[in-house]
Write a protein that binds this ligand. Sequence first.
Ligand SMILES: NC(=O)c1ccc[n+]([C@@H]2O[C@H](COP(=O)([O-])OP(=O)(O)OC[C@H]3O[C@@H](n4cnc5c(N)ncnc54)[C@H](O)[C@@H]3O)[C@@H](O)[C@H]2O)c1
Length: 285
Amino acid sequence: MSAATTGTRPEDVFAGGLAVITGAGGGIGEGLARHAGGLGMKVVIADVDASNADRVARSLMEEGTQAWAVPTDVRDPDQVEALAEAAFAHGPVTLLVNNAGVEQLGLLWDTPLENWRRILDINVSGVFHGIRAFVPRMIASGGAAAIWNVASVAAVKTISGQAPYIASKHAVLGMTEALKVDLERVGAPIRVSAVLPAAVRTGIFDATGMVDTGDVASAEQERETMRRLLATGLTPAEAAAETFAQAAAGAFYLLPQPETGAGIMRERGEQLIARTAPVERRTAV
Ligand SMILES: NC(=O)c1ccc[n+]([C@@H]2O[C@H](COP(=O)([O-])OP(=O)(O)OC[C@H]3O[C@@H](n4cnc5c(N)ncnc54)[C@H](O)[C@@H]3O)[C@@H](O)[C@H]2O)c1
């Protein structure tokens, strides 16, 4: 079932608010930013790529959305703190999406140390820095707010050749579940969600910054396979529409592909209960 059918309209929940989205200079983050603007939110575009952040913010402004580009590297807690400061200067932030993330392909034991550190710094610490900078300000503002952390179906599904990414997304999901109960404990009116996309048509496998493992030709072949898989996925706009619809309906686990996502979660649940080991697979994101 799509949460879009449950009757809570995203515009009723989100219009008039202020969204901050990391990694919004492209891909899924850009899709979420455009959708947020379309719903009547003001949007802060945070991305390490300043020119892409600027491009998205300008294009949103041309469409009548109040938007600001704030170049931010989520690996740096001071930059994320400055992002929060800059965002709250425009009003209380009602939606934070910790979306920035990177991939890397290769066998676990072949993973260069710098790739391991980069993936954990961006995918895991980046989310933590967002939570650390924004939650106290959201609580102090006293209003209702939401935080979405973008994990992946790789948070519940294991495939070969992507171990650091899978480890990072399991960590994001665990951190998101723990954040939810921490906020409940202090009675903060902040709704937390984990986003678990399957394939979305983005350039995640074209991003630079990772060092190739020894066998460059087979690394490129692997990337090509993943690019072909992503080409069969949702557009960022489709993923964003479904994500906002499910969030408006109050879901904790936001599945841009509801059927695929639910199937993967069911399989994971059954696997844990039956205590069967994962088997080698290479065809999921
Ligand atoms: N595309 C998919 O199929 C898919 C599936 C599941 C989960 N995801 C997740 O969705 C999120 C977005 O991925 P995408 O597919 O849109 O990738 P993408 O490469 O298209 O976009 C990622 C954006 O994050 C930015 N970024 C990278 N490092 C950053 C940093 N240190 N600080 C700030 N911004 C940084 C990039 O500049 C880029 O604009 C990631 O967390 C990814 O793991 C993607």
